[in-house]
Design a binder for this molecule. Sequence first.
Ligand code: AMP
Length: 431
Amino acid sequence: MRAVTAYLGLGSNVGDRERHIRDALTQLGQVPGVSVVAVSTLRETEPVGGPPQGAFLNGAAEVSTTLPAAALLAICKQLESDAGRDLNAPRNHPRTLDLDILLFGDMRIDARDFRVPHPRLMERPFVLEPLAELGVDCDAIDIPSRPAVIRSAEEFAALNTEWLSGGCVTGLVPTMGALHEGHASLLRIARGECDRVAATIFVNPLQFGPGEDLERYPRDLDKDLEVLRSEDVDAVYAPAAAAMYPDGFCSELDVGEEARELEGASRPGHFRGVVTVVAKLFALARPTIAYFGRKDAQQVAVLRRMVADLDFPLRVRECPTLREPDGLAMSSRNAYLEAEDRLAATALYRGLDAARQRHRAGEGDADALRRAALEIIEAEPRVELEYLELRRDGDLGPLPPGPVADGRLLVAARVGNARLIDNISLLEPAD
Ligand code: AMP
């Protein structure tokens, strides 16, 4: 292999810091196929994140190597371990030695624990300054922006293939954009569980019926990118409708009877559109885990069924509903509410909560529980109820006969310009 110029970040904040770094460089230079060409000055740096700890000594080294990047990484890890570093310690903990591959020629690597160029390079003066000292033109380094904004199916599939072949656990968070705190909570859960997180933003025409709000659905990609950036999302797939459904598109998935009730009855064709687009997203992303909100409980039930029926090898993760302080479930459609309708809309949650309180107080009659919610919702003249149903939790089938032990109460209503849905479990603690 031809020699490649690589740059390493050097750091230590435990024990004889300079010795740890110098010894590692000496040993590195003795590895066949590696020579240390230049070393920057070492500088004192305050630690970033992690528990309280001593200052770092940081610098950078230029090496020339005929080894592949993965082999150089393995050597760096071995040197860290030889210096007494606990490689299983949490991120940002004190360490005897830190050797990061910052750059490896002009190669781009996106594997599980190995990204080159180092993704946080540009945020770290204690890396940039020593690199500049070694003659690297840091402004010319092409670090992919995060999240990567992807418009084409091929590109999204290729990125996911790269992640999967790098051994990553990948998370997919499908959305229609106009992101709010509810979406952010899904992204946060995904970030905590996955090596790579992709969101999708697509206002899917297939799941909107005639006369619904497809045209006026809020769209603001720039604002959404801010949310995605602050939740540390790796990529967002935001295709145009013509890229998702090119001319000649004619294959759709269908759903069974269960998906023709509740939302399926109010919005004929809605779930056909949902399963079709989500199946397409799964085919491209092949996520390990797909994240959906319980706010759309029937959507989760329908998608779980689809995943089981069609053998998608992934896990559907249902995440709790985020609410405004007055109980209204967060929704992109809340933006349609005028001030008075916004107040009236709280009747939905107040109604659901009243039924839950009655159940908690010992009421086991399904009609009585439903009436408890109805009394509150119907007292609000601005709310036009579409359905209010008590169902079995999970698959949302009919409740078994006899006293109600458990269940999920689901509601849909028009309030002013908005059609809103919500649901709660009778067993969920009051929030
Ligand atoms: P949407 O953009 O409305 O299609 O929603 C995208 C995902 O976010 C879906 O899985 C929703 O269930 C979820 N979601 C929407 N609103 C909330 C909320 N208030 N709390 C938690 N998840 C939500």
